[in-house]
Design a protein around this ligand. Structure first.
Ligand code: PLP
Length: 383
């Protein structure tokens, strides 16, 4: 088995108990939820509700019914952005957004006359929250911020931004793709109105899971209509949570796996997960600095970033580095623009991209040692 350092894309490995629970569900239960009244269907209901409850508790939400499951965070963000914003509304967002936010916004700008303002940040991805307040206008309806950049790793001052949003009665949506499960999030303390999450990264669940938590009064039009297992005579989508946003058969096996992943996270504790990752991040930054002609992007302090470190080595293309790492050394990293073109603009790498390592809970310092050794060899080969 090689060394997996692409946890910012999806986490690997998953806890063994997650796979076991999914297998047990597939073998012994198999039923969908919210539809049947027989024993296994009720057990599927219970497992899904249990996962809602655990997500709600993890992020300190007020009501498990307001945890909506979607197939990933991209879908969750699309539901909120497209279902809430109306013609002529103004949105404020960071300069570091993933295309999961950026593309729906740009599409609304083109098709529905939505106005977008981006908050500037330093070339390391540090945002001054005071800059957000300066951009608020009478038609500002939504502030959207990634909690941490998926390219620079930089953690954004969401609590302060949330406070500003509250003060001006503007809704605040946070993309927690790079932080959920790896960094403490509290929707109350962090002043978050809607928290979007993905299940397969730091939350250690399977792909095909994600969602959002609603922590305020807000009218979001559902993107989909369809079966919910109840109110079948009513011709429209029910208007209560979570059914309003959950049309069609849910990904029961995925949600069961996510629930078990949350059990694992609770057993270790978010603080301990963060502590371990921070140690490895610190170690990675220090060790990477020893590679000749390397340029490391983003803040160089482990308390300022999540487990994402991007870099380039002078005169060697990012794709060549990731290709060599995989082919010669069985080390899995990612190169390119990482679906975040505006972040690369800030780094000045929009034409060349960068190599990105994504550190996860199951990485160890030895993985970093092997990576650095391999990078030194690649560097010698290309000299
Ligand atoms: C910051 C950020 N937002 C959104 C996404 C999209 O995640 P998903 O593919 O799970 O929808 C990612 C994934 O790379 C991300 O890093």
């Amino acid at each position: 088995m090689g060394i997996y350092l692409d946890n910012a894309a999806t986490s690997f490995p998953k806890p063994y108990s997650v796979m076991k629970k999914m297998m047990e569900y597939m073998q012994d239960i198999g039923a969908t939820s919210g539809r049947g009244a027989y024993k296994t269907a009720i057990e599927a209901d219970r497992l899904i509700y249990n996962c809602r409850k655990m997500i709600c508790k993890l992020f300190n939400g007020s009501d498990p019914a307001k945890v909506i499951f979607t197939s990933n965070i991209t879908e969750a963000l699309n539901v909120v952005i497209n279902g809430f914003l109306k013609e002529g509304d103004h949105v404020i967002t960071s300069s570091l957004e993933h295309n999961a936010v950026w593309r729906p916004l740009k599409t609304l700008e083109r098709d529905k006359n939505i106005e977008i303002s981006t908050v500037c940040c330093t070339d390391e991805g540090i945002t001054d929250y005071n800059d957000v307040e300066k951009l608020i206008k009478s038609n500002t309806k939504l502030i959207i911020f990634t909690h941490a950049s998926n390219v620079l790793g930089a953690i954004q001052p969401i609590r302060e931004i949330g406070r500003i949003a509250k003060k001006h009665k503007v809704k605040f949506l946070v993309d927690s793709a790079q932080t959920a499960g790896a960094y403490p999030i509290d929707v109350e303390k962090d002043n978050i109105d809607i928290l979007a999450f993905t299940g397969h990264k730091g939350l250690l669940g399977p792909t095909g899971t994600g969602g959002f938590i609603v922590n305020c009064y807000i009218d979001i039009n559902p993107l989909k209509s369809g079966g919910t297992g109840g109110d079948s005579k009513y011709p429209y989508q029910p208007d209560y949570f979570p059914n309003r946003y959950e049309a069609g058969t849910p990904n029961v096996v995925g949600i069961v796996g996510l629930g078990e992943a949350l059990n694992f996270i609770y057993s270790v504790g978010i603080k301990n997960i963060r502590k371990k990752e921070e140690e490895i991040i610190e170690y990675a930054i220090e060790r990477l600095k020893s590679v000749k002609k390397i340029e490391i992007y983003g803040p160089k302090k482990s308390d300022k970033i999540v487990g994402v470190v991007s870099f380039n080595i002078k005169n060697i293309k990012a794709e060549e580095i990731s290709y060599e790492l995989d082919k010669q050394y069985d080390i899995m990293v990612r190169s390119g623009l990482h679906c975040a073109p505006t972040a690369h603009k800030i780094m000045g790498t929009e034409n060349i991209g960068a190599v990105r390592i994504g550190i996860g809970y199951f990485n160890e310092k030895e993985h970093i040692d092997t990576l650095v050794e391999a990078l030194n060899k690649i560097q010698n080969k290309y000299m």
